[in-house]
Design a protein around this ligand. Structure first.
Ligand SMILES: Cc1cc2nc3c(=O)[nH]c(=O)nc-3n(C[C@H](O)[C@H](O)[C@H](O)COP(=O)(O)O)c2cc1C
Ligand code: SF4
Length: 485
C-alpha cells in the first residue's frame, strides 16, 4: 500500500476513558433518528468486505459468525459489506441480485437481531461495479486480447496485411515503439489490465447504465426489505459505478456527465427508484466521497453540493468516506487485477500509522463537517455519519460536539475490538483493544483472503469451536468477551 513519504509514525491513544455514568450522559450513547427508525446510540460499524461468502455470493456460516460477533458489541448500527445487485458471477462477494439469495440474507438478519438482543440496527450496502481484468502477460495481450484496429494498420504502414501479421509486427516492436502504436486505453489495458469506465458509451451496456441501474438497485432494496434489513446504504463511494458517475472525471455527453448537476442525475434517479419501490417507511441512505483525492477528481465543494441534493431528495442518512480510486492505483503484477486502495487516494480511504503531518486519524473530519454545514444551511436535518481513523471516546464525542456528524463510524477499530463501543458504554474503556492502523487487515482484503485482525487472529486458536481460516492458522472472529462484575 502507498504511504506518504514523510513516514511519521503515529500511535492510537486511549484518550479519556469515561465512567459508566459519564458515558450514559454522553452524545455518543444517546439515541438518534434515522428516517423512520432510531438507533439506540450513535455508534456505527461501516461496511467491510471480509471475503466470507461462497464463490457464488451466498451467505455462509462464516458470514453469520462475522456479523454475529460485531452484533455482540451492540453498536447502534452495522452496515453489511458491499453486496452485488446484479445476478452475475462476482467471486466471493455477497450478492442480493436474485431471490435465491434471500434465505441466507434472512439468516444474517436473524443472527444480528439475536446476538445483539435486538439492540443493533442492520443495513446492507448495495453496490454495482464495472468489469476489470487482470494485468495480462504482454505476449498474450498482443497475440489474443488486443482487438486489431485500422489505427494499428495505419501505424504499421501496411493497410493490406491480416490480423495475424499485425500481431506479429506488434510483438516485434520495442516497448517504446509499441506505445507509439497503441492507443492510451490499450496501453492501460497492457500495463494494468482492461477496465471499463462509465464514459465508455460506445459500449451499449455502459451507454445503458442509466436505463438499467435504477431498476437493479430498486430490486435489491426490495429484497433487503423482504429479508428484514432495517435499511439500505447505496454505495456511491470509492471506485465503483455510482461514484464514477459523480466523479468530475465523468464527461458523458448524454445528460449523465459533465456539470455536477448532470453527474448527480443517475445517483438521484437510482435513489428515486429505490424510494418508490420500498416506500417512505424504510431507511434509504448512501455512502459517498467527501473528496475523491485524485487529480481532476471531484472536490469537497462538489461533495457538499451532492450532500445537499441527496438530502433534498429525501435520503435518510449520508455516510462519508474519501478516496479509494483506480485512477492512482499501483500497477498490479501480471496475472492480478488493479486494486483501488493501493495509491495515494487509497491511503486517504484507509490511512495507516505511517503518515504525513496530518496523521492517519480524522482526515475525514473537517470535510465531513463542511458537508454537514452545507446540508444544514440548506435546511435539511438528515443525520451524517463520519468515518476514518476514529478510535476512542474523545474523538467520537468531539466529532459529535463539534457538529462534524450525528453518528460516528469506526471500521478498523471495530474489527480490532468488536466490543469497543460497548466496553466504553459500560465504563470499561480501559479494556479496549485499540487498532494500531497497520492495515494488515487491508492487505488480506487486497488479496481477497479472509479478513482478520493481527491483534487477535492467533489468540486461543485451539479453543473449542473457534472458526479458522482455510490454512488453519488464523481464527476468523475475535475471541469472545463478557463484561465481568
Ligand atoms: C477490510 C476492509 C473492507 C472494507 N470494505 C468496504 C466496503 O465494502 N464498503 C465500503 O464502503 N467501505 C469499505 N471499507 C472502508 C471502511 O468502511 C472505512 O471507510 C475505512 O476503513 C476507514 O475507516 P476506519 O479508519 O474506521 O477503518 C473497508 C475497509 C476495510 C479495512
Ligand atoms: S489488522 Fe487490526 S490493528 Fe491492524 S489495522 Fe486492521 S484492525 Fe487495526
Amino acid at each position: 500500500m502507498w504511504k506518504p513519504e514523510q513516514r511519521i509514525r503515529y500511535r492510537s491513544a486511549a484518550g479519556h476513558v469515561p465512567g459508566r455514568a459519564e458515558a450514559a450522559a454522553s452524545r455518543l450513547f444517546s439515541p438518534v433518528a434515522v428516517g423512520p427508525i432510531s438507533l439506540r446510540q450513535r455508534s456505527w460499524v461501516p461496511a467491510m468486505v471480509p471475503w466470507r461468502a461462497t464463490e457464488d455470493g451466498f451467505v455462509t456460516d462464516d458470514v453469520l459468525a462475522w456479523y454475529g460477533r460485531f452484533a455482540r458489541g451492540r453498536p447502534g448500527a452495522i452496515v453489511v459489506e458491499a453486496t452485488g445487485i446484479r445476478d452475475v458471477p462476482s467471486g466471493p462477494l455477497l450478492r442480493i441480485g436474485h431471490d435465491r439469495f434471500l434465505p441466507g440474507l434472512e439468516r444474517l438478519v436473524e443472527t444480528v437481531r439475536h446476538e445483539s438482543d435486538g439492540a443493533t440496527r442492520l443495513f446492507i450496502q448495495t453496490i454495482d461495479f464495472l468489469a476489470i481484468r487482470r494485468r495480462p502477460d504482454p505476449h498474450r495481450f498482443l497475440e489474443q486480447f488486443l482487438a486489431v484496429t485500422p489505427r494499428h494498420r495505419a501505424a504499421l504502414g501496411d493497410e493490406g496485411i491480416d490480423d495475424a501479421d499485425i500481431r506479429a509486427r506488434l510483438l516485434a516492436l520495442s516497448p517504446a515503439d509499441l506505445r507509439q502504436v497503441l492507443s492510451p486505453r490499450e496501453c492501460e489495458a497492457l500495463d494494468f489490465g482492461y477496465r471499463e469506465r462509465v464514459t465508455d458509451t460506445d459500449l451499449p451496456p455502459i451507454a445503458n447504465l442509466p436505463a438499467v441501474l435504477p431498476g437493479l438497485f430498486a430490486d435489491a432494496a426490495a429484497r433487503a426489505r423482504r429479508a428484514g434489513f432495517d435499511g439500505v446504504e447505496l454505495h456511491y463511494a470509492h471506485a465503483y459505478t455510482m461514484a464514477s458517475f459523480l466523479s468530475a472525471t465523468n464527461d458523458r455527453s448524454d445528460g449523465y456527465g459533465g456539470a455536477r448537476e448532470h453527474r448527480a442525475r443517475l445517483p438521484l434517479e437510482v435513489y428515486d427508484a429505490v424510494r418508490r419501490r420500498v416506500g417512505h417507511d424504510y431507511v434509504v441512505g448512501c455512502r459517498f466521497l467527501a473528496d475523491e483525492c485524485v487529480a481532476e477528481g471531484s472536490t469537497l465543494d462538489d461533495a457538499a453540493y451532492f450532500g445537499v441534493e441527496f438530502a433534498r431528495a429525501g435520503m435518510d442518512f449520508l455516510s462519508t468516506s474519501r478516496g479509494g480510486k483506480f485512477d492512482d492505483a499501483k500497477q498490479p503484477a501480471v496475472g492480478t487485477a488493479a486494486y483501488p486502495y493501493t495509491g495515494p487516494s487509497g491511503y486517504e480511504c484507509m490511512p495507516q500509522y505511517l503518515s504525513d503531518e496530518r496523521g492517519p486519524f480524522g482526515r475525514n473530519v473537517a470535510p465531513t463537517k463542511a458537508i454537514r454545514d452545507a446540508v444544514r444551511a440548506a435546511g435539511f436535518a438528515v443525520p451524517i455519519v463520519c468515518t476514518g481513523g476514529i478510535h476512542n471516546f474523545d474523538m467520537a464525542e468531539q466529532a459529535l460536539a463539534d457538529g462534524v456528524c450525528d453518528i460516528v463510524g469506526a471500521a478498523r477499530q471495530s474489527l480490532a475490538d468488536p466490543d469497543w463501543y460497548r466496553k466504553i458504554e459500560l465504563g470499561l474503556g480501559d479494556t479496549v483493544r485499540r487498532c494500531e492502523y497497520t492495515n494488515y487487515c487491508e492487505g488480506l482484503d487486497q488479496k481477497h483472503k479472509t479478513v482478520t485482525c493481527q491483534l487477535w487472529d492467533r489468540e486461543a486458536i485451539d479453543e473449542a469451536g473457534a472458526r479458522l481460516s482455510a490454512d488453519g492458522r488464523r481464527r476468523l472472529v475475535a475471541p469472545d468477551w463478557r463484561p465481568t462484575g
